[in-house]
Design a protein around this ligand. Structure first.
Ligand code: C2E
Ligand code: MG
Ligand code: MG
Length: 733
């Protein structure tokens, strides 16, 4: 109550001062064409005070009706227009308006002109809005937010509460944001406007503070000019004749209407979760539909592909599918000997014509069935190219297997009609192409098939043969490789592979100092094989480790036996460069082996061929270091035979160099050879490594080496590699 009285008193004082001052001032006033028609500028975002009526699209509101009622009594007709300016202070300088609303008290325009205001049309209630149940400082000490467009009112409030801090905001949303962030204690606005604004769903955390209500005058104003004074004077007459009943009716009319309309953000706020859920559901449905369409498309493509890759009559692959499958298999088994055959039924046209197409078809299906059963389809494949032409990719195996093919496939097909009581023998002609290593590197199925077809043509021309090889020498090679690869496991088990020992001597002291273990294979079909015949094949087939493990173990067993006989010997074993590349834990393998047989590590000398140093440099250094740390002696085999580099000697740690005389003396100037050998001997000694010469074949060589300071030797001059029992006898002598 006390606050209200103070407001009124101050506002009255301000009003009088403005009136007196304005009496003497001369300024430009707004002018209308018709003196009785006034243009009134009002804000339109103050529902229900000022707003645009949805039905009429005209400016409506409590303010409009009140001013219209007063103006009518004063003999004016009013035309309302929306204020284009941000604040009343700005609008005052715009001469298009005869009147501006709302004013609480007179204020100066932005350019400093004074204004004059009408009597109050209404005591408009102002309320504070806050969030939650905050305890607030007393009204006069609040920090509040107001709209910038209410700058005039803000000034009046400040006059009333000098300690109140007022922040002005561009929009209602900005002010609410500031309130929520705690930048202000509350927001101050017209109560009627609040009751409209707070219907917004997202403002439901805001509440009016009934304890902080005060009223402000609600007036019209204009610049303080003679014309302005005239308008205000006449208008005041009209205001004076308004009664309370009229005012209440107007207020009730606008506050009881359902004016609040939801905008998009309201719907989003209120139905956000629902909208999100529906959105997600739709998105999921769309995704599901896309996936389904893709899956169907893929299925369709796969079916099409399958149709393209398959022969509908026999169920075998078509030429298209065969090409792909062959590529796949050759990539997967690059070291397997394969052949590709092109098979054809002679006089198939005759079969069709005389025995009927169905009989011809049945024969083709029978052939397909028999072939499929005979093949191992994981590694081999077959297709019907067209008509009566079949192509087969098959492993090369033994002659027995080839005979099996004849028995299981070719003979039943050839006897197909005879077995069914018809006097006709089917004749098959086959052309065979044997794959070479180049075919694995550049796979060209059509080319290989062309070559098989060339061989098949020769069969047809010969009239006596039923199959011809395009490249018979390759067939022999392939068969040999197959016989080595396929026989290895059985040979290891059966003892066909044996370990021979070639003694190593100290020529100066005339005694045997050790031996090198070298393998020999007594092949059941191919006869005696030397490492040269099978080592590289096994390396290519990835089987060398199997052989080496067998040799190393057999050597350890012999060393163990000799240990138990009280003879502590040492043996050099060979390690393939592939063992190093593929088994990086080689050192551990050796370590477990000597533990198993209770050997001292220095009884095993590990020979690593020189080429391995070039190919797997880093791995090799690592393995060598590990082996030496475990106590094994590491030797570089075949030094001088390959890319012997001084860099290698410096980089790789090892105990003994094995100098290969064969390579050094096989060709070239003998004097130069002597020079190289004597320099090498000197260099190896200077590098503080041991040296043994291998391939020593003559007394001259042995004497020369001894003279130059290399006494350890191995070679035919002393001993050839021999079976273990011979070696043992030799040692006993
Ligand atoms: P290498 O390790 O350099 O073995 C020495 C080869 O030279 C042996 O051939 C041996 O019989 C032969 N030889 C010895 N003294 C003379 C000689 O005075 N004159 C001539 N011309 N040759 C001599 P072999 O046994 O045929 O072995 C050949 C190669 O096969 C070996 O060369 C070695 O690299 C490899 N090898 C042998 N056994 C194995 C094994 O068990 N595993 C692995 N990975 N490789 C082996
Ligand atoms: Mg060796
Ligand atoms: Mg050697």
């Amino acid at each position: 109550m006390k606050d209200k009285k103070i407001i009124r008193r101050i506002l009255n004082v301000v009003l009088c001062a403005v009136f007196l001052l304005s009496a003497g001032s001369a300024s430009v006033t707004a002018a209308s064409d018709n003196d009785d028609t006034l243009t009134v500028g009002v804000p339109i975002d103050r529902c229900p005070i000022f707003y645009i009526d949805d039905r009429t699209d005209e400016i409506s509101g409590i303010g409009v009706d009140l001013l219209n009622a007063a103006a009518e009594k004063a003999g004016y007709s009013l035309s309302f227009t929306a204020l284009g300016e941000k604040t009343i202070k700005d609008a005052l300088d715009n001469q298009d308006y005869d009147l501006i609303m709302p004013f609480g008290s007179p204020i100066n325009s932005i350019s400093g002109n004074r204004s004059i205001v009408s009597d109050s049309l209404l005591q408009s209630p102002f309320t504070l809005v806050t969030t939650g149940d905050r305890t607030l400082p007393p009204l006069g000490y609040l920090h509040v937010g107001m709209l910038k467009s209410l700058m005039g009112v803000a000034e009046s409030v400040n006059q009333l509460y000098p300690h109140m801090q007022i922040d002005l905001y561009e929009t209602m949303a900005d002010s609410v944001k500031a309130l929520r962030k705690g930048k202000v204690d509350g927001l101050l606005h017209n109560s009627y406007v609040w009751s409209y604004v707070l219907q917004k769903p997202s403002y439901k955390d805001l509440s009016m503070q009934p304890s902080a209500v005060f009223s402000m005058d609600f007036r019209a104003g204009t610049l303080d000019t003679p014309k302005g004074q005239e308008i205000i004077k006449r208008l005041n007459g009209g205001i004076a004749s308004l009664d309370d009943m009229q005012r209440q009716t107007i207020i009730l009319d606008h506050t009881s209407r359902k004016l609040y309309r939801y905008d998009l953000s309201d719907y989003l706020y209120q139905f956000g979760l629902l909208i999100l859920a529906v959105g997600l559901l739709i998105a999921a449905l769309v995704l599901f539909a896309i996936q389904r369409i893709r899956a169907l498309k893929r299925l369709h493509e796969e079916k099409m592909q399958q149709m393209m890759d398959q022969d509908s009559l026999t169920g075998l692959l078509s030429m298209n599918g065969f090409r792909k499958r062959v590529e796949e298999l050759l990539h997967k088994y690059p070291d397997t000997p394969y052949f590709l055959s092109y098979n054809n039924i002679r006089n198939f046209k005759y079969i069709n014509d005389s025995l009927g197409r169905d009989a011809g078809n049945e024969l083709l299906k029978f052939w397909a069935e028999k072939s499929k059963k005979n093949l191992s389809l994981d590694e081999e494949t077959i297709c019907r190219i067209d008509a009566d032409h079949f192509a087969v990719l098959r492993h090369i195996t033994s002659d027995e297997k080839t005979n099996e093919d004849l028995q299981n496939v070719f003979e039943p097909v050839e006897n197909y009609f005879i077995d069914r009581g018809k006097d006709y023998r089917v004749q098959i002609s086959s052309g065979i192409y044997v794959l070479t290593p180049a075919d694995f590197r550049k796979i060209d199925v059509d080319h290989m098939l062309d070559l098989a077809r060339v061989a098949e043509k020769r069969v047809r021309e010969s009239r006596t043969e039923d199959h011809i090889f395009y490249n018979p020498e390759q067939w022999e090679k392939g068969k040999r490789i197959a016989e080595i690869i396929n026989y290895l496991p059985a040979a290891i088990k059966s003892g066909d592979i044996q370990v021979y020992y070639q003694p190593q001597v100290n020529y100066s002291e005339d005694k045997i100092i050790g031996a090198e273990a070298l393998c020999r294979w007594d092949h059941s079909k191919l006869g005696w094989l030397y490492p040269f015949d099978f080592i590289s094949t096994l390396e290519e087939a990835g089987l060398i480790f199997d052989l080496d493990c067998f040799v190393w173990e057999r050597v350890c067993q012999d060393l163990d036996r000799w240990n138990k006989q009280g003879q502590h010997r040492s043996v050099s074993v060979n390690v393939s460069r592939n063992d190093i590349r593929d088994n990086q834990d080689l050192a551990t393998h050796f370590y477990e082996l000597i533990r198993k047989y209770d050997l001292a590590p220095d009884q095993l000398h590990i020979e690593i061929t020189e080429t391995a140093y070039v190919e797997n440099h880093d791995i090799l250094i690592n393995v060598t270091e590990k082996l030496r740390a475990m106590g094994f002696l590491v030797e570089m085999d075949d030094f001088g035979s390959g890319y012997s580099s001084l860099h290698m000697l410096k980089e790789v740690p090892m105990d003994r160099i094995k100098m290969d005389l064969n390579f050094l003396t096989s060709s070239g100037d003998i004097d130069k050879c002597h020079t190289i050998i004597s320099c090498m001997i000197q260099m190896v000694h200077l590098l503080d490594m041991d040296l043994i010469a291998e391939g020593v074949e003559t007394k001259e060589q042995a004497d020369f080496l001894k003279e130059k300071g290399c006494s350890e030797m191995q070679g035919y001059y002393f001993y050839k590699p021999m079976p273990v029992d011979e070696f043992e006898k030799l040692l006993k002598k």
